[in-house]
Write a protein of this length. Structure first.
Lengths: 644, 644
């Protein structure tokens, strides 16, 4: 159910879901309402006048009885119950120009795995499958061993020959086979058929074909995701996530590698991430009332360092020139051997990496997004702690890691923070007053600024003319919001009384510098990879954004600051957590599980720092949006419109 | 160096090794000298007169000065230093008849594995092999992962493609590869090539091709043998043995299976045998100054129950009708997963079993003796706690377990004991006086009678006419040696003063009954298997004896009592510990490792108790040597000669 909201005096109407917050609806409509407490309701600036319809509003002491009776409400404290007409009062009134900018990006919904399509194309074919067999009971005339009995049954009833067997299955074979009078369900591993025979990994009494589950895991440097899969039905049952417990040993891969070199360091890191997976997994299984014994296997995707640490493989040389991982391809490993609290029969299959800095998470994303079999020239971007990019199509794939650093995760930015409660995510700036409207995650008092918020803030400041193309604050603006701080010029986004910490939240020139370097590294990466294959930005037919970051990014703003190429917005797609999706696909498709190494091998890795031309491209990109404005026609247009 | 000994008054000359004990030399020559203390020197009965040559003799108070000066010596206290002439004094003088019987069997030397022949026939080809590679060092131009570097090196320098990798190797890959400047030696597993690709299991810095070892293990119900193999040279370096620590939970497989059903029973049994293997292995490695990390793999042969217990697989149904093992064929298992103190990369390969009572030890013996590829019709016999037999040739193999029980290991026999110090092993009976000459292991006072001793005693009593063909004592003999004991008639082999325990050592009719049942079960087994394939005893071209028991058995005596078929003695071969030899061969030959399951599958197992005709054969065999004397022409001849 949606409701129609008309904002006066603009006569701008938008449809929003029933029960939506009114300030959030304004943000989505591109309507500026002053707001500096992030939506907690304490600054009292976001007042609107309800002209018709019904709102459920919380009343604070910031509105007098008279105002309340007149219909004044705090937008951030109001939830929409019906179609409405609301008027922005003069103190928040803004000229039309800010209305020209509508949100892009937020509208991008992650594309889930299209299981129906997979099934209709015959791609739904899990490597692990169950087979029910009714065996003839043992007798004195036929007292072959239980294993031979099982083998004969699987051969006669399912045409399966030359089977291999997981040893631990044999330990329960005799008991299980007799439990339901020689009726059993065998779980078979058909993976890696080029290098080995199908393998019986588990055996259950009776017919359990309807209960067959797997887990897909994405081990991020920051967050670990676990997805529960129903292999019998080809359905994702749910997922869970938690911070990677390795976080307490360092925020990024480099500090983790450094820590791994200390005594017991590798062991501690390995145990931490395994503890996280165990915890999330148990929670998920409990929620779905499943027993770990019903899991047939586990697929994992992670960046190269996370993969090494998870498997307890020393990552030392990832960090040292010439940056070689120990192994980009890992054989199946018994889950228990890594400390996962799963039964003996569960093996882990891991997505291959390409190089030290283009890992299995990216290969998984390439698998999930299907670039490797797409005729369209595609740019795949995953911005996390680092920024990885892939360019190519069904015939070739080039990839690189850009040392974007963690700026877009809030790292190296004074008030940068992760996208949690209190992080400023939405920002607009009144071009006259230079006053901001901010919205925080969970609409509580601001605590800092998250990655997407930084992009939105940069774009807004740039568009309002507060920062110049070189990233410096204009010195001719007369506003208390811009001031000389401890470390140079800064813009005050939220004054102390409105913030959680009680100190001003600012964005400094040093912060802007860091963000410029990060976005410059990414953009120089796109151009360098394209140049190396003789192509240009305009040749790109598709841009796929991956990672949690991609979900919240405002495409227009990201283009405005020069982080993303200025292409038709229709070319942009959001794949969601490509790494997790790729891991899930491996569990759903034996062909993909067998093909993943081929795809990884197909991806030519470029060490950008060693690639001629990259440094020049990087320096040219240290500008807003870029020294070469011809790369950004729509931004040029937007800035011109802003100045008119 | 051998010496020639002439025994007067027989003028019988034999050659014996320098330093041999004189009583033992007499036994080997078939010369009877009274002796009832087993060789310890306390009964003083084995006096001889030295006529020429030199003996080193210990003098006890049992010889007077005069006797000593005349040249009287105690045979058991004398060791041969030169060629000799000795005279048996009248009190020990015996008529010629006992001389007609020469020892058979003892002369059978175990046939060791003929490694030279294996090598010349191209059969020496271990499944685990080392390859040295010199890899190009990593550089910025070539910074592929270490695993790819290794794979490329093995492909370019050794033509090895599509390799699999053991996960644990990857954990040390980066370190090892850099230790000797990218020179490494990889250990490859070429086993099971029909079902999977070669696998890199270990990696060592530098060139270690010269140091490559494996272990072969025979897990007997009583004894565990471990053999250390040098795979680089194709040499057996040595072996060690110890009692299977499971002995404290029961002597035979049935009591162990019963124990395994108790709480933690299976676990205790598994840990016991693993503890024994660890202990023997460490001792052996230490002796040869080897580190466990230099072992590439381990091969095991054992009977079906021992295999189940070693792998911690419930053996419950082996004991219950219809006697089904859980698995006759086991996949390779990581040694560490079973508790063996060996590094991660070591896998165990186990010889397949045929059925609950024809196990991998017998299959290993078939492999070691080569019956499965021999055109000669062969009978293979392994008498241990049970008796297993195989009949066949290169085209077919039939096998069965005979419930011979542990009689030949001393079980169920009042004074039966294992072949340790004090066990009577050699016996002859003076047909006139019915006085015995006995020799014990280590020549100490007798404590009991071991298996080969029982056979010799039975044959001697039978030949001396003390026991009748129905296994009963003759009641017309006037000698204090035969008397009515607590449980019926018995023969006193050693009187109390001459024994360790101070009680008489006897053989009773009940004991004889047990031995008759045991030998009858074996003989009925040969006939039943032969009958089932339409063949007769005379068709046998070869008889192979396996097991420690086979080494000490006196073939003539075993034939005399009807335990072995009465064939040309030249047809008898002794293979030694066939189980251990088979395990060793698997480590030496990839072809055998791959063929062992085929050989096991080729062996048709007969459940004798379910096979028509077996019971009749069994009852017919409860006679000395047999109710049908035509099966035993040479025994008939010998008995007739004895009576003349």
């Amino acid at each position: 159910m949606t409701k129609r909201i008309t904002f006066k005096p603009y006569d701008l109407t938008v449809e929003v879901p029933d029960g939506e917050n009114l300030l959030r609806a304004a943000v989505q409509a591109g309507v500026h309402i002053n707001a500096s407490c992030g939506g907690e309701g304490v600054c009292g600036k976001c007042r609107i006048l309800l002209e018709s319809g019904e709102l459920e509003s919380t009343r604070s002491g910031l509105l007098s009885d008279e105002e309340w009776d007149l219909g004044y409400r705090q937008a951030c404290q109001s939830w929409i119950l019906s179609d409405l007409v609301v008027r922005i009062p003069p103190e928040s009134l803004l000229d039309r120009k800010t209305l020209t900018r509508r949100r892009g990006g937020i509208g991008l919904k992650p594309s889930p795995i299209d299981l129906a399509a997979m099934k209709s194309e015959g791609l739904y074919n899990p490597a692990f499958q169950k087979r029910f067999v009714q065996l003839p009971p043992a007798s004195l005339e036929d007292n072959a061993c239980d294993l031979t009995r099982l083998e004969n049954g699987l051969e006669r009833q399912h045409g399966l020959e030359n089977l291999a067997h997981d040893f631990f299955m044999l330990r329960k074979l005799s008991r299980v086979i007799r439990q339901e009078n020689f009726q059993v369900t065998a779980t078979l591993d058909f993976a890696q058929r080029r290098s080995r025979n199908p393998r019986v990994v588990n055996l259950e009494p009776g017919d359990t074909r309807e209960r067959h589950y797997a887990l897909a895991v994405d081990i991020g440097t920051t967050t670990v995701w676990v997805q529960l899969l129903d292999l019998a039905r080809g359905v994702i049952l749910g997922n869970g996530a938690d911070y990677n417990a390795q976080m307490s040993y360092g925020d990024d891969v480099i500090t983790r590698i450094v820590f791994s070199q200390k005594e017991l360091g590798l062991q501690k890191l390995q145990r931490s991430v395994v503890a996280t997976i165990n915890q999330v997994m148990h929670r998920l299984l409990k929620k779905h009332k499943l027993d770990p014994s019903e899991i047939s296997h586990l697929t994992v995707a992670a960046n190269t360092t996370m993969t090494h640490l998870f498997y307890s493989i020393d990552p030392k040389f990832i960090r040292l020139t010439p940056y070689t991982p120990a192994a980009c391809h890992l054989p199946p490993v018994r889950a228990r051997d890594l400390g996962l609290e799963l039964p003996d029969h569960v093996f882990i299959y891991c997505v291959s990496s390409v190089s030290s800095y283009v890992g299995g998470d990216i290969v998984a994303g390439v698998l999930a997004s299907g670039i490797y079999k797409d005729p369209k020239l595609t740019l795949y971007i995953d911005i996390g702690t680092n920024g990885e990019i892939v360019i190519g199509n069904q015939h070739w794939l080039a990839c690189a890691a850009c040392s974007a650093g963690p700026a877009f995760e809030g790292g190296g930015i004074k008030f940068g923070m992760r996208a949690t409660a209190g992080a400023v995510e939405e920002v607009s700036i009144n071009p006259q007053t230079l006053e901001p409207m901010i919205l925080t995650i969970d609409m509580v008092k601001p605590k800092g600024i998250c990655g997407s918020g930084l992009i939105n803030l940069m774009a807004a400041l740039m568009e309002a003319g507060v920062i110049a193309p070189n990233g410096k604050f204009r010195d001719d603006l007369n506003t208390p919001r811009i001031r000389q701080g401890d470390s140079g010029w800064e813009y005050v986004l939220a004054p102390a009384p409105d913030t959680q910490s009680g100190e001003d939240i600012v964005l400094s020139e040093a912060d802007i510098d860091n963000l410029m370097r990060a976005k410059g590294a990414m953009f120089a990466g796109y151009l360098t990879l394209l140049e190396n294959v003789g192509l240009r930005l305009q040749d790109l037919e598709q841009v796929i954004l991956a990672g949690a970051f991609g979900q919240f990014i405002n495409i227009d703003n990201a283009i405005a600051i020069g982080l993303l190429p200025d292409l038709d917005r229709e070319k942009y797609l959001f794949v969601g957590n490509g790494s997790l999706q790729g891991a899930t696909l491996l569990a759903f498709s034996r062909d993909l599980l067998e093909e993943e190494r081929r795809v990884a091998d197909m991806m030519t890795s470029f060490e950008l720092s060693e690639t001629p031309g990259y440094m020049n491209q990087y320096i040219a990109a240290l500008f807003l949006p870029h020294t070469q404005m011809e790369y950004f026609p729509s931004v040029t247009e937007r800035l011109r419109a802003g100045r008119e």
